[in-house]
Design a binder for this molecule. Structure first.
Ligand code: F0G
Length: 483
């Protein structure tokens, strides 16, 4: 959206929508939150939503829908086979991406499963990425494949003013292809809006150069478009050569670079679902049979047809600058406030949410004791806020059982689209500042139940000392019993 100018010149992001439906929130007092955290095994995924005031875990499946999206529910065409809802979605995707074939799937990771099964066809195959996403990687390694992450070095720095920290290092890409040999590379996966390193975008120019290198070596190119909406905003506002292009034009130019585009419709399209778009007919047929096997028939892929209709409207809304600006502008507001206070946040603000560097915030907690996990708990204890851990806890152990230390140890305060108001963001900023000022009280965590795969979802932990009690006592001393 064009920045709305204020008489007093204060840069305040303004919502280009109004609220029509609301959900009541609950703010439990700190003492009760301490109990709930203990019951949840110090894992924020295990908390009940009713006990959370600001759910900033994710934007996945929790973005607010528009009136037009909800209206589209009514025309959903329930049919096991041949649903018109699917064809409407396919036509919209063809129009926006210029790719003919569409395999529906129930969510993004289901697309990743199908892609891995199809292309990681023997152990040792490599998938090259700018950066991994947890589920994308898990499907590949489960089949004996490997992931090579070649994001530019600056992508892993906390503070920076580089506009595209999600870019892939082109020299490393070519060197990696030569070293691995092209036959051993399953595909290149470029993630728009790199999730795990702070929602940092990738430029059009970088995608173009990377996909050209791959074409030279006959390597299949895949775009993970789950976070494309933020990335489109950043291409338009940060990439000089693209500033006069419409969002539709940018979308099409990006898509034209790839053989395959897949996405989580829990993010892209503001609903719940997913799809793989395939340019080549033979390639499409080579994956087609997996959809009825794992997802559902080819015209619903495990999705509710209502969601398919809402997603189709959501794709159009993604082409609207007023809609896609809201997330990045709110995130920038939060990031700038925290940064100004001296809190180590990922800069520049990206998409998806504000990201705090827990390694810098809690240097006294070793990464083996999951500082980002501990900080996540602290945010809940001191505000009823649920962030997501994006660090060592989200990794899987090395084959020899040792910890795989994450290259970035972050917590993410996600801003689901069109959900929170600026006063709620102000509350979050205030509580993060309080936690920052009391960071010395925070200690580490250790597992008491550690699943082998995706342990961050279902694992249970305990504090390494009684630091949660001390933190809550300090909080109550400042804010009283009822906050
Ligand atoms: N790719 C990216 C970039 C994602 O952010 C996600 C999900 C997926 C794939 C998988 O999609 O959840 O529909 O199966 N990210 C969520 C998050 C989980 O909270 O960031 P999914």
């Amino acid at each position: 959206m064009p920045e709305i100018k204020f008489y007093n010149r204060k840069p305040v992001p303004v919502e280009m929508h109004k609220v029509k439906i609301v959900q009541k929130l609950h703010l439990l007092p700190a003492e009760e939150r301490l109990q709930k955290m203990k019951e949840a095994g110090y894992n924020s995924f295990q908390l009940h939503n009713i006990d959370i005031f600001m759910d900033m875990l994710t934007d996945s499946g929790v973005n607010a829908m528009s009136d037009l999206q909800q209206a589209a529910f009514l025309r959903a065409d329930d049919a096991y086979a041949g649903s018109e809802s699917f064809y409407r979605m396919q036509r919209k995707l063809q129009e926006l991406f210029g790719i003919d074939y569409c395999l529906p799937a129930h969510q993004g990771r289901a697309c990743e499963n199908v892609l891995a099964l199809r292309f990681v066809d023997r152990p040792g195959k490599v998938v090259i990425m700018n950066y991994h996403f947890t589920t994308a990687k898990a499907h590949i390694t489960r089949l004996g494949g490997r992931v090579e992450e070649l994001v530019i070095d600056a992508g892993l720095e906390t503070e920076s003013d580089l506009p595209f920290k999600g870019n892939i290092d082109l020299e490393k890409l070519e060197a990696c292809i030569k070293e691995e040999t092209p036959e051993n590379v399953a595909y290149l996966r470029l993630e728009t809006g790199t999730n795990l390193i702070g929602g940092q975008p990738i430029s059009y120019e970088n995608m173009k150069a990377a996909t050209e290198i791959c074409k030279k070596y006959g390597i299949i190119t895949v775009m993970d478009a789950s976070l494309l909406q933020d990335n489109l905003y950043f291409i338009k506002t940060r990439e000089e050569s693209m500033k006069d292009k419409s969002i539709e034009e940018i979308t099409r130019m990006c898509a034209d670079l790839f053989d395959i585009v897949y996405f989580s419709g829990r993010k892209f399209g503001f609903a719940r679902g997913g799809a793989i778009l395939v340019r080549d007919e033979d390639m499409f047929h080579s994956m087609e049979d997996m959809i009825p096997m794992f997802e559902g028939f080819l015209t619903y892929g495990g999705m509710s047809v209502k969601e398919i209709e809402a997603m189709t409207v959501g794709f159009d809304e993604t082409m609207d600058m007023d809609v896609i600006s809201q997330g990045p502008q709110f995130i920038k507001y939060v990031v700038d406030e925290l940064h100004e206070y001296g809190i180590p946040v990922i800069t520049p603000g990206g998409g998806l949410g504000a990201h705090i560097d827990a390694r810098q915030m809690l240097p006294h907690v070793p990464q083996e004791e999951y500082p980002a996990g501990a900080l996540t708990c602290a945010m809940y204890l001191c505000g009823g806020i649920r962030p997501m851990e994006r660090g060592t806890l989200s990794e899987e152990r090395n084959p020899d059982g040792s910890e795989r230390i994450a290259s970035m140890e972050l917590i993410r305060l996600a801003l689901p689209r069109r959900v929170f108001t600026l006063s709620q963001c102000e509350y979050v900023i205030d509580r993060v500042k309080w936690v920052w000022d009391h960071r010395d009280l925070i200690g580490g965590l250790r597992f008491v139940h550690e699943p082998k795969t995706l342990r961050f979802f279902t694992g249970r932990l305990e504090p390494t000392s009684d630091w949660p009690r001390k933190l809550v006592d300090a909080f109550k001393a400042d804010f009283g019993e009822d906050q």
